[in-house]
Design a protein around this ligand. Structure first.
Ligand SMILES: [Cu+2]
Length: 176
């Protein structure tokens, strides 16, 4: 079968591009552990603060030593307003919202996820030491631009595992 030169150039071009696209996708998911920031876990948005995962927001360490962060989004704040995490340690974020859709974004990192009422979003990532801004990147109302939290990442050795008194901001802080 005779295929025109230009046709062949296009075919090879498309083939190479597809290989690049799928290759980079496979590289991101297999080597770097990227995955879609959700895992089909539902929650009643009216009962978020009764849920054991979100009744206390902030940093916790589970029985296996893994670091978790519970975050609640609301118009117009992220709870907790501040958190401290260890560097170079995988941290799993669990996020939900009590009202509208928000966008949880840890600026200058790969940590970001849509936060949708009725669902728990989740991703795992790790950080270099430094101060980071957590912003809302999904317009959610008149106070959208004030919706920010602080993340401080300290060297692993100087990080203190949160104790009972310091672990979370708690629901009471939401009212402040
Ligand atoms: Cu928002």
């Amino acid at each position: 079968m005779k295929i025109d030169l230009y046709e062949r150039v296009w075919m090879w071009g498309v083939g190479v591009m597809l290989a690049l696209f799928f290759g980079s996708l496979a590289n991101a998911s297999i080597r770097h552990g990227f995955h879609p920031p959700s895992h089909v876990e539902t929650i009643d948005p009216k009962k978020v603060f009764q849920n054991p995962l979100f009744s206390r927001q902030g940093v916790t360490v589970d029985a296996g030593g893994a670091v978790h962060v519970s975050v609640v989004g609301m118009m117009f704040a992220w709870l907790p307003g501040e958190m401290v995490l260890p560097a170079e340690t995988p941290v799993t974020f669990h996020m939900t919202t009590v009202d509208v859709i928000h966008g949880f974004q840890i600026v200058r990192t790969n940590g970001q996820s849509m936060v949708i009422p009725g669902y728990v979003s989740q991703f795992t990532t790790s950080f270099k030491p430094g101060d980071y801004l957590i912003a809302c990147n999904e317009y959610c109302g008149v106070g959208h631009h004030t919706m920010a939290s602080k993340l401080k990442v300290v060297p692993k050795g100087s990080w203190q595992q949160p104790g009972a008194l310091t672990s979370t901001a708690g629901v009471a802080d939401a009212a402040r």
